[in-house]
Design a protein around this ligand. Structure first.
Ligand SMILES: Cc1cc2nc3c(=O)[nH]c(=O)nc-3n(C[C@H](O)[C@H](O)[C@H](O)COP(=O)(O)OP(=O)(O)OC[C@H]3O[C@@H](n4cnc5c(N)ncnc54)[C@H](O)[C@@H]3O)c2cc1C
Length: 379
């Protein structure tokens, strides 16, 4: 039913005239709409997404880490970026987490404030020791980003295979499906409109007449003064000059494990592996670095290679001698740059067309701040 090709009649009708049209109903599109409607009550806002029902490319398919930066991630960033940029992104991500909690109750998000961690195997001792040597510097970065307290501290081992760990205070876990739904409800309560199952063509097919964009979607024509492209991994399909590379992330979720040996959110292998508890179940994702070329994909499907790799990690490193079954598997699509830049796109393309995209693996935390920046740019 979802894949009917559009009829002539469906395409050639008006879907209305709006102040703002937002392409993409992921967390970025929703936070933008929500914060804009709070600033400008009564404005007519329409969100469009090509996916049906409550799905998004990444926002409903991620791991639910409310995180702002693990030690090896920050140390690697410092090798490629100016320190002030690293601090700024740290600040945005922390502020994003504060926004989630400021706008929603903990139970609306299944917020689990059990701290984040980065863990190291015995073979990664050198990496662990360089983190230890940089702890003071890392805490100084966090302080400069206005994150209170001593954020990075030596943590407890996670079993024999992961003897070293750094605890990251203030990081947490959340339920991205619930967060997405709670945000959607807020946008609708404030009078926002939402159409799903609608494909927006690339910008070269839109026309601008008398300060109004005419956008021919798969379901009809939309008229609007302003447009926000919040299409993340697909933003370069709408605006081909954007530098956006898709990156698939795959996840598995086990059945309940009575003696699950950890609680909280964990980064391993320089952030390329991530795992957490979901109640008594293990959620494990990552491995993109090992299968890099295959995972530069827009297809949100799991593959045997990555899933076997993740299962081996669960069996050999996380749960040695603990039996488990994998109950669910899924994939979502992230957006990266080709040159390794981690800064998101938040800018105007001119003529009241804006871009808020390329959130990497940080969109849960970044989306409230990017949404706020967009809400201020819109008139
Ligand atoms: C497996 C996985 C694990 C992750 N884990 C975490 C994590 O733990 N913490 C974290 O902070 N981040 C994580 N991320 C990243 C995070 O999910 C993303 O950064 C964030 O969700 C991006 O939000 P978005 O709104 O920009 O994009 P999306 O959620 O992808 O939304 C963009 C939407 O635009 C729509 N769209 C695109 N093109 C068109 C078009 N032409 N017409 C109509 N609609 C269109 C798409 O259908 C899509 O729904 C993870 C991502 C994945 C895939």
């Amino acid at each position: 039913m979802f894949n009917l090709n559009p009829s002539h009649w469906e395409r050639h009708r008006s879907l209305g005239t709006y102040d703002v049209v937002i392409i993409g109903t992921g967390m970025v599109g929703l936070w933008t709409a929500y914060l804009y409607l709070l600033r400008k009550p009564g404005k007519k806002v329409l969100l469009l997404d090509k996916l049906p029902s409550g799905q998004a490319g990444a926002s409903t398919r991620n791991a639910g880490f409310a995180c702002f930066g693990s030690p090896t991630e920050l140390l690697d960033d410092l090798r490629h970026e100016k320190e002030e940029d690293v601090i700024q992104r740290l600040r945005w991500r922390y502020e994003g987490l504060i926004s989630w909690r400021g706008h929603f109750e903990a139970d609306q998000l299944d917020w689990c404030p059990e701290n984040g961690h980065e863990v190291f195997t015995n073979g990664e001792k050198d990496s662990y020791h360089s983190v230890l040597a940089s702890l003071e510097h890392l805490n100084a970065l966090a302080k400069a980003a206005n994150i209170p307290g001593k954020v990075y501290q030596i943590g407890k081992a996670v079993g024999p295979q992961l003897p070293h760990s750094i605890q990251i205070c203030h990081e947490a876990g959340l339920h991205p499906g619930k967060g997405h739904q709670a945000l959607t409800s807020r946008v609708l309560e404030l009078g926002g409109h939402l159409h799903r199952g609608i494909l927006v063509p690339q910008k070269s097919e839109w026309t601008r007449i008398d300060q109004t964009w005419k956008i021919p979607t798969s379901q009809g024509i939309v008229y609007t003064s302003q447009v926000v492209i919040a299409a993340n991994a697909w933003s370069s399909e709408l605006l081909p000059h954007l530098d956006v590379i898709p990156g698939r992330g795959q996840i598995l979720l086990t059945s309940a494990i009575s003696e699950l040996p950890f609680q909280g959110t964990y980064h391993a292998d320089a952030g390329y592996i991530y795992f957490r508890n979901v109640g008594k179940r293990l959620l494990l994702g990552g491995g993109r670095n090992v299968f890099r070329q295959a995972e530069e994909s827009h297809q949100a499907m799991t593959t045997a290679e990555v899933q076997i790799y993740l299962e081996a990690y669960a069996r050999d490193v996380l749960l040695p001698n603990i039996p488990f079954e994998v109950e669910e598997r899924w994939a979502g699509i992230m957006a990266f740059s080709s040159d390794g830049s981690k800064m998101p796109y938040v800018h105007s393309e001119g003529e009241d067309c804006f871009v808020a995209a390329r959130m990497g693996g940080m969109g849960v935390a970044l989306s409230p701040v990017v949404g706020q920046q967009m809400a201020v740019m819109l008139h």
